[in-house]
Design a protein around this ligand. Structure first.
Ligand code: SAH
Length: 202
């Protein structure tokens, strides 16, 4: 992967990405493309993000090994696996039971014991574990979900795609200060939409 040439300079992020075998998180049919810098389809019409976007989001999240991180949208589990190498614990929420089961199997196989996952509507966050110093959302909502803003610690950072359509989304960094929230756009992106409620795929 040519992430360095693409401008990713955080060496901790680069080595965390190098440690995660992306070929284990893609569908068998796409294994030969696992190390290309592209998003790929996974089950249920969802996608595993482009490695460059994973690198940008992980860098912008600015995590350290004392932090717990909340991720919304487990999907393949790839982003959670990258974060697991950088933080104390990842709490990740997915609305498709089948995707969640598959991702949980990967976490076990790769000995990522600091990932805690659950089925749920991630727009509600994970209130029992709040506040979180870091929150990462990997599905696009029109507005930052209120529950997530509430569960972000003061001084904390949330990274999320914001926008109503595929062609009109920005990756955004939100910082919670003593007095409110500061928002900064990072770059245009294309994420699958955040959908409310839990899916019923068994
Ligand atoms: N981080 C993932 C990206 C998966 S795509 C990876 O590394 O592979 C986004 C995921 O968000 C999809 O699996 C989708 O089902 C999930 N999602 C969408 N809306 C959600 C919601 N409200 N709660 C939880 N997960 C949601």
């Amino acid at each position: 992967m040519e992430l360095r040439q693409e401008g990713i300079t955080d060496t901790r992020v680069l080595s965390a990405i190098e440690r995660v075998p992306r070929d284990r998180f893609v569908l068998p049919h796409f294994e030969d493309q696992a190390y290309a810098n592209t998003a790929l389809p996974i089950e249920q019409g969802q996608t595993i993000s482009q490695p460059y976007i994973v690198a940008v989001m992980t860098s912008a999240l600015d995590v350290n090994d004392r932090m717990k991180v909340l991720e919304i949208g487990t999907g393949s589990g790839y982003q959670a696996a990258v974060l697991a190498n950088l933080c104390r614990r990842v709490y990740t929420v997915e609305r498709y039971p089948s995707l969640l089961r598959k991702a949980e199997k990967k976490f076990l196989e790769l000995n990522l014991h600091n990932v805690t996952s659950r089925l749920g509507d991630g727009s509600n966050g994970w209130p029992e574990q709040a506040p979180f110093p870091r929150i990462i959302v990997t599905a696009a909502a029109e507005e930052p979900p209120q529950a997530l803003l509430k569960q972000l610690a003061v001084g904390g950072i949330m990274i999320l795609p914001i926008g109503s359509t595929l062609s009109n989304q920005d990756l955004v960094q939100i910082r919670r200060t003593d007095s409110g929230f500061e928002l900064a756009k990072i770059l245009p992106v294309r994420f699958v939409p955040m959908v409310l409620g839990v899916a019923g795929d068994g």
